[in-house]
Design a protein around this ligand. Structure first.
Ligand code: NAD
Length: 501
């Protein structure tokens, strides 16, 4: 008897929906290497069906009172909080990150839901009384309509939650296209929205690949697209979406540098480098992938980092390891290929992740923490976004050399400086061409009420995720100039350009 493998489908009209896909992808349990389920790949007809439902539901939702919408947001926050462990378990089962880390991502998503509960305040417009005789000016915001969110594999709950609660609080209908590598969390989010009382059709999920993405990017009834993923795809999504008249924010890849100055607390810096380099197996867009050691701290810092790495366990994320497997076998193999490339290019392999003895099944997608020293620009291990547990140390002679490295990078997502000199830290935050900066903080992910986004090839578009920029992105503003003149003061015909005096 052959074993039945579940198919992960879509979410439409407030319930799971099979769609009409004839293409499917494998979804793995990364800790065993087994295919755990399959995911349906939506075709153009499936996307059309979901968009059509979202248009109708979104129109009604946008007309629903702000008070009612906000009460659903509060309910969503409560249900999400109650079901956080269930969601974290689903994330770990498909992504591989350890349970505690999965709970952390749900928490950060929850914070955006809490921010979105403030929609009544955030959506308030302005009012200027009496700009001229009997003339008042005021502004207000309206939802965009139907918006799409296209998310990457590395945060199957948090990244969708950067956008979805804000878009919905603003009165839009949302279509989420999750990563095909870990699609199940999106359906759990559907259940949570339904339990919170969101009307059917306001939150939707289409599973799939480029076919589904292209159908959303070119659909006349999709007004805005929030994308998060690698830089080449972010650029493509931005160019295609804007060419089809949509507003697009497309967050791309990263290569985050952590600069360690000679006056830094080296033990604290080593702790931070290991935590930020290997948490979630380096599959974070805010992971530290390059440590820039400013002379003369290099030798001591490399030793402190290497000694900490020896204490990390790699294994099944459900069973208390420090670091889980990589998301797929193909990704693990690609990351591993950089180890050979680094050695070939002349970098010094200090800790080789291939030597790891994982606490987990033999078929899991394992690669242990890896450390390179003497890395230089021009080596692929430095130039490319590896997106795995590979930390590179680059030696810099001076602070200026370190800043030049950060600023010469095509990416500008995150960076950090470790120092006890407040003046140096202040100078650094003003000089770097990077969007999110940590001072003695290795992963400076902004709180939900600030906005998240990088510079250069890490973000295409003008607005960043969540915070007040999220409110702007998911609404269109109107400004009304109104005159209610005193009938006794009617001004007569005037062909001049309107001036208010
Ligand atoms: P990815 O670019 O491969 O996929 C992202 C999304 O795009 C997925 O939904 C995928 O199905 C879709 N996609 C893939 N190929 C496509 C194509 N040819 N045409 C249209 N759509 C396509 O990224 P990933 O591997 O899932 O995620 C890792 C990447 O995401 C890393 O580069 C990481 O830095 C980046 N990331 C960035 C941020 C940020 O905030 N800047 C946050 C998280 C992840």
């Amino acid at each position: 008897m052959t074993e039945q493998i579940d198919v992960v489908g879509h979410w439409r009209d407030g319930a799971r929906w099979e769609g009409s896909a004839d293409r499917f992808g494998d979804v793995y349990d990364p800790a065993t290497g087994a295919v755990a389920r399959r995911v349906a790949f939506a075709n153009g007809d499936d996307v059309d069906t979901v968009v059509a439902g979202a248009v109708v539901a979104g129109r009604a939702w946008g007309e629903t009172s702000l008070t009612r919408r906000t009460s659903v947001m509060f309910a969503f926050r409560e249900v999400l909080s109650r079901r956080r462990e269930e969601l974290a378990a689903v994330i770990t089962a498909e992504h591989g990150k350890v349970l505690d880390d999965a709970l952390g991502e749900v928490q950060r998503g929850l914070e955006v839901a809490e921010f979105a509960c403030g929609a009544p305040h955030l959506l308030k417009g302005g009012f200027s009384d009496g700009v001229s005789g009997g003339v008042d000016v005021y502004s207000f915001r309206q939802p965009v309509g139907v918006v799409a969110v296209i998310s990457p594999f590395n945060f199957p709950a948090m990244v969708p939650l950067w956008f979805v609660p804000i878009a919905i609080a603003c009165g839009n209908a949302v279509i989420l296209k999750p990563s095909e590598k870990d699609p199940s969390a999106s359906l759990l989010l559907g259940e949570i929205w339904a339990e919170a009382g969101l009307p059917p059709g306001v939150f939707n999920v289409v599973q799939g690949d480029k076919v589904a993405v292209d159908a959303l990017l070119t659909h006349d009834d999709v007004g805005a697209v929030s994308f998060v993923g690698s830089t080449p795809i972010a650029r493509y999504v931005y160019e295609t979406g804007t060419a089809h008249g949509k507003r697009v924010q497309a967050l791309g890849g990263a290569k985050n540098h952590m600069v360690v100055l000679p006056d830094a607390d080296l033990e604290g810096a080593a702790d931070a480098a290991v935590s930020a380099g290997f948490g979630s197996a380096g599959e974070r867009c805010m992971a530290i992938s390059v440590v820039v050691a400013v002379d003369p701290v290099g030798d001591e810092l490399v030793e402190a980092i290497a000694s900490r790495m020896g204490g990390l366990t790699t294994g099944d994320g459900r069973e208390g390891a420090d670091m889980g497997p990589l998301v797929t076998g193909a990704h693990r193999d690609k990351v591993t290929s950089y180890l050979d490339a680094g050695v070939r290019d002349g970098a010094r392999l200090v800790v080789d992740g291939r030597d790891v003895e994982p606490k987990g099944a033999a078929g899991g997608f394992w690669l242990g923490p890896t450390l390179f020293d003497d890395v230089r620009p021009g080596m692929s291990v430095y130039d490319d976004e590896i997106f795995g547990p590979v930390l590179s140390v680059v030696r810099a002679e001076t602070y200026d050399d370190a800043v030049a490295l950060v600023n010469d990078s095509p990416y500008g997502n995150g960076t950090a400086i470790f120092t006890t000199d407040g003046g140096a830290a202040r100078r650094f935050q003003r000089e770097v061409t990077v969007g999110m900066i940590g001072v003695n903080v290795p992963i400076p992910v902004p709180m939900a009420y600030y906005s998240f986004g990088g510079w250069k090839a890490s973000l295409f578009g003008d607005t960043r995720a969540h915070g007040t920029e999220g409110i702007s992105f998911f609404t269109r503003q109107k400004v009304v100039t109104s005159r209610w003149p005193d009938p006794a003061e009617r001004g007569g015909v005037d062909l001049g350009f309107p001036r208010h005096s």
